[in-house]
Write a protein that binds this ligand. Structure first.
Ligand SMILES: C[S@@+](CC[C@H](N)C(=O)[O-])C[C@H]1O[C@@H](n2cnc3c(N)ncnc32)[C@H](O)[C@@H]1O
Length: 232
């Protein structure tokens, strides 16, 4: 799979590329590329953004600069590019990322993630150059780079061979193996700490009973209000 991040700050993706599971995926033949559109801008002074029509604070990413950037990077009209591969804009008001969407994205051979900065994209970029608008949630980040890394991280974990033998992406929170429920609780040594015991079934060695307990715990978590767990 080819994961491209189109960003004005390509160095920001370096840390992500250095993570063990990402390196595993790269060694398995997958690609993660941070692509800077700025060198392709037709505007003087490497300009890529401008003040908003109608007034207001901040700068908006220009469609001519983004078109030249995507053309320069891919050698095709961005309208065509969006017919050839999934082109995702990271935006606060898009489809909120969840495991169902990640499962959909992991099937793609190639994805391009467009990172906004400042006030975001000229709306015509979203209307004509992208196939999807994805959000991490209803809050505002300073730029799309962290959001792109979150999207890629969720995808890469599901690529065969990315996780080590000790980890598995199969029976995880929200997976179909758990019918979309959150994962069950985990415990490790010591079995008792300050009077806080591990559930005895986990020490029983009875694998059927453990599987049943875990499934029940998952289901209970799925029914619980996650916010309530923050109250003490
Ligand atoms: C400061 S934000 C722009 C916010 C925009 N002016 C608004 O009020 O909706 C700059 C960029 O960060 C990214 N971004 C911010 N919040 C995001 C979120 N919740 N999910 C995904 N990307 C986000 C987008 O790429 C956005 O263009």
């Amino acid at each position: 799979m080819q994961l491209d991040v189109v960003t004005l700050f390509p160095d920001s993706i370096d840390w992500f590329k250095g993570q063990r599971h990402v390196r595993n995926a790269l060694e398995a033949g997958h690609e993660v590329r941070a692509l800077d559109p700025r060198p392709h801008t037709p505007l003087t002074g490497r300009q890529v953004d401008d003040t908003p029509f109608g007034g207001g604070a901040g700068m908006v990413l220009r469609i001519d600069a983004m078109e030249a950037g995507l053309r320069g990077l891919y050698g095709v009209d961005p309208v065509e590019l969006a017919q050839q591969r999934r082109v995702v804009a990271l935006v606060p008001n898009g489809r909120v990322l969840d495991d169902v969407l990640v499962d959909e994205l992991v099937q793609e051979p190639a994805i391009t993630l467009l990172c906004g900065r400042y006030e975001g994209f000229d709306e015509r970029i979203l209307d004509h150059f992208v196939t999807d608008r994805i959000s991490l949630g209803k809050y505002v980040l300073a730029g799309g780079e962290l959001a792109a890394m979150v999207v890629m991280d969720a995808i890469v974990r599901k690529l065969p061979g990315a996780l080590g033998h000790d980890e598995s992406a199969a029976e995880e929170s929200f997976s179909s193996e758990l019918d979309g429920d959150p994962e069950y609780p985990h415990y490790t040594r010591p079995a008792e700490w300050r009077g806080w015991d591990v559930p005895p079934v986990l020490l029983s060695g009875n694998h059927a009973a453990i599987a049943k307990w875990r499934r029940e715990q998952s289901r209970l978590r799925g029914q619980a209000d996650p916010g309530a767990r923050l109250e003490r």
